[in-house]
Write a protein of this length. Structure first.
Length: 456
């Protein structure tokens, strides 16, 4: 995925944070294990110093912040458990007594996929949550029309249900560090702790550009480039679906231009982090700040700042599970790591459906795809090219065309991963999946993690 504008300046909470999280869990020891065992049950220690931290997250940031919140509470002596909000129902919420929620917004003011059932089944009408005190950290980005749409909706529903805000909702615009400090301050007031732990993410690593290849010369669309970076030191670990945050070079006036996020198209075993980047063109013809720099100005041998962070909601299932990968354009990057992850080992099948503009110029990575078909790393490939006279269709048409096979893959337990543009593709794909599988079935797949999206 490419989030433009950047979703959060310091979202690069990669392996380092994961270790921190693991440390936090280990540290809170038996308490955390007991809590994990009683997923939706009441708190083990129901004293006033107990709390539930819940998260609703699409691309992982709310989840990371939930774990950091839990660690702050736990450091201050509060007994705490961390749960996906979607795993709680009204009774569990009421029993929680004290709730800290970190909730992001996705799509156009939508709730993250993992809470779709919660929204449908629990938030449909007010319930009795009297006695529940809560704090809410809402993540969003003001460049979207419905800023913090889900966080605000959740807040409204909690209040209508009789829950008491412990403090005003804290809204985070694009990872604003000040708002996050405010949240930390509120946590401090709750626990009486004056220590504000450092939530600064791990530093960027240095990576060197070692290859850049134009994937679609002659295309009627924007230039797409494959970029490969080698780590300057020890390579961090990551898995298919994870996201890299690339720091942009400082502006001439010394101000920090921030960073951009991209799906990693390779795996640590490749020895390099690869990306597919589209060179964007502004209405006045000038190139996009980040994409122009990456695809043209940066030279082979130049070093950049990068950190890779987990994107748990786009991780893949076990290899024996059939996998249906659907995407368009640069979305191929986020899908590629998934078939690579299965390469050379027995697996339950990988079916790629991909859409671009012209077969002659936009058959991205065609040699590689053909080779993957020969080695059975890919079991099936269907492509569609929207600008070709004989074709003229988008990737969602492939779903309609192959609906019967798609249903039989899903009947065999397949997981569907979708990566690419929000506007141009994911809505159409969603509608096509709904009609192929039935409107009842798709929400169930979403809730059970069998339909995952990384769209931008
Ligand atoms: C595809 C997409 C759609 C988004 N839609 C909205 C939106 O409608 N309103 C908003 O305030 N923020 C929106 N955001 C910004 C996210 O809420 C923000 O990046 C948040 O930090 C993501 O947290 P998460 O990683 O836990 O999902 C969107 C982000 C993406 C990538």
């Amino acid at each position: 995925m490419t989030a433009d504008p950047v979703r959060w300046l310091w979202t690069g909470v990669a392996v380092g944070l994961w270790l921190l999280v693991v440390a936090a869990v280990a540290w809170s020891g038996a308490r955390a294990r007991r809590a994990a065992a009683s997923r939706a049950g009441a708190l083990d220690s129901s004293g006033s110093d107990a709390a539930t931290v819940a998260f609703a997250s699409q691309t992982g940031l709310a989840e990371e912040l939930a774990w950091m919140t839990a660690r702050s509470l736990s450091d201050a002596g509060t007994s705490v458990r961390v749960m996906p909000l979607g795993d709680l129902d009204a009774a569990a919420l009421k029993a929680a007594g004290r709730l800290l929620v970190v909730a992001s917004t996705t799509g156009e003011g939508d709730a993250p996929d993992g809470v779709s059932r919660f929204v449908r089944q629990t938030m449909g009408a007010p319930v009795d949550l009297s006695g529940l005190g809560y704090g809410l950290l809402a993540l969003g980005d003001h460049t979207y029309n419905d800023f913090c749409g889900f966080g605000r909706a959740l807040d409204g529903w909690l209040q209508r249900s009789g829950a008491e805000p412990l403090f005003d909702r804290v809204e985070v615009d694009n990872g604003d560090a000040g708002a996050i400090r405010d949240w930390q301050h509120q946590l401090g007031l709750l626990t009486g702790s004056t220590i504000q732990p450092d939530w600064t993410p791990p530093a960027f690593d240095r990576w060197t550009l070692v290859e850049r290849r134009h994937l679609n010369p002659g295309s009627p669309g924007g230039e797409a480039w494959l970029l490969a970076f080698a780590p300057d030191g020890h390579a961090p670990d990551w898995v298919a679906g994870d996201i890299a945050e690339i720091g942009l070079p400082a502006r001439a006036d010394g101000t920090d231009p921030g960073s951009r996020e991209y799906s990693v198209a390779s795996l640590p075993g490749d020895g390099r982090a690869e990306f597919i980047v589209r060179r964007l063109t502004r209405p006045d013809g000038s190139p996009g700040l980040a994409s122009g720099w990456l695809t043209h100005h940066l030279a082979i041998g130049d070093a950049i700042d990068m950190r890779i962070r987990p994107n748990r909601s786009f991780h893949g299932p076990a290899p024996e599970t059939p996998l249906i990968l659907i995407g368009n354009g640069t979305g191929l990057a986020g899908l590629r790591a998934h078939w690579k992850a299965r390469a050379g080992r027995p697996h339950g099948g990988v079916w790629l459906m991909f859409g671009e503009r012209t077969r002659a110029h936009d058959a991205f990575l065609d040699d590689e795809l053909q080779a993957a078909l020969r080695t059975r790393d890919l079991t099936r490939l269907d492509r569609v090219f929207s600008r070709d006279a004989a074709d003229g269709r988008y990737v969602q048409r492939l779903i309609a065309q192959h609906a019967d096979e798609l249903v039989s893959w899903v009947d065999r337990g397949a997981v569907i991963l979708v990566c690419g543009s929000l506007e141009g593709m994911s809505r159409g794909v969603h509608a096509a999946l709904e009609s192929a599988l039935g409107a009842e079935r798709l929400p169930v797949l979403t809730e059970t993690g069998r339909y995952r999206r990384d769209v931008y």
